[in-house]
Design a protein around this ligand. Structure first.
Ligand code: DC
Length: 223
């Protein structure tokens, strides 16, 4: 094998499937780089909102994606700060309003095209854990290992509920389930790079599993 080719492990799946946490655990365990591709779509959405650009204006939104001024500042190998035009927005991009906007703008082919090379540039030695929706299908079709994590909408809403309550945000459980279903629907049915497992992906349903159990299963799949 050509040693200069970095190993790429893709982890795709819907929000709340645990892929964010598991990608971080895996990157730390293997000492690999980490690409949180959802953060890029969230950054475009936040930049669009801040600039007062209409979310429905694909042309204008894709211009924002093309010119995105973002830096990930690293601390102990982990992403500590996400700087959008110099401002740390690591917390701001996780707001529900940004989640919904990100899902909307992620359906635009021009936005996806604008972010493609930016994502591929993360694949440097020794390896990369790529977390997203289309990592194994579109961005890294030649990845050596492809994983697809899933869980029922109810289980995912419950995880999100606990997360938001932990941050002191008031949330309504049935609203969360509806939001998740709505987002799933949009992410799975868009014409470009829909959320779906690559044909060669290992599918893991984490509905009734703890994070540690899923992690053990992932390590087995990688071996
Ligand atoms: O994983 P996340 O919730 O941070 O992603 C935010 C939004 O971006 C989500 O609605 C789906 C979209 N997304 C995408 O279309 N493709 C990716 N590779 C990652 C995220």
């Amino acid at each position: 094998m050509n040693v200069s080719v970095p190993i790429v492990i893709t982890i795709d799946g819907p929000s709340g499937s645990g892929k964010g946490t598991l990608s971080q655990m895996l990157a730390r365990h293997l000492n690999y780089h980490l690409l949180d591709s959802g953060a890029l779509y969230r950054l475009v959405a936040l930049a669009v909102i801040k600039k007062g650009v209409e979310l429905s204006d694909e042309q204008a939104v894709s211009k924002v994606a093309e010119g995105l001024d973002v830096r990930f500042s690293l601390e102990n190998g982990e992403s500590a700060q996400i700087l959008l035009e110099g401002e740390n927005v690591a917390g701001a991009i996780r707001q529900e309003v940004v989640s919904m906007a990100a899902s909307q703008i992620a359906a635009y082919p021009k936005v996806r095209a604008a972010l493609l090379e930016r994502q591929r540039a993360f694949a440097i030695g020794p390896g990369l854990i790529a977390d997203g929706r289309d990592m194994g299908t579109t961005v890294f079709p030649n990845a050596q290992v492809k994983l697809f994590l899933t869980a029922s909408p109810e289980a995912r809403a419950e995880r999100r509920y606990k997360q938001l309550c932990g941050k002191g945000e008031a949330v309504d459980m049935s609203e969360l389930i509806n939001d998740i279903r709505e987002r799933d629907e949009r992410d799975s049915n868009r014409s470009i790079s829909p959320l779906k497992p690559a044909p060669d992906a290992v599918i893991i349903d984490s509905t009734a599993m703890s994070i540690d159990e899923v992690f053990a299963k992932i390590l087995t799949a990688i071996k």
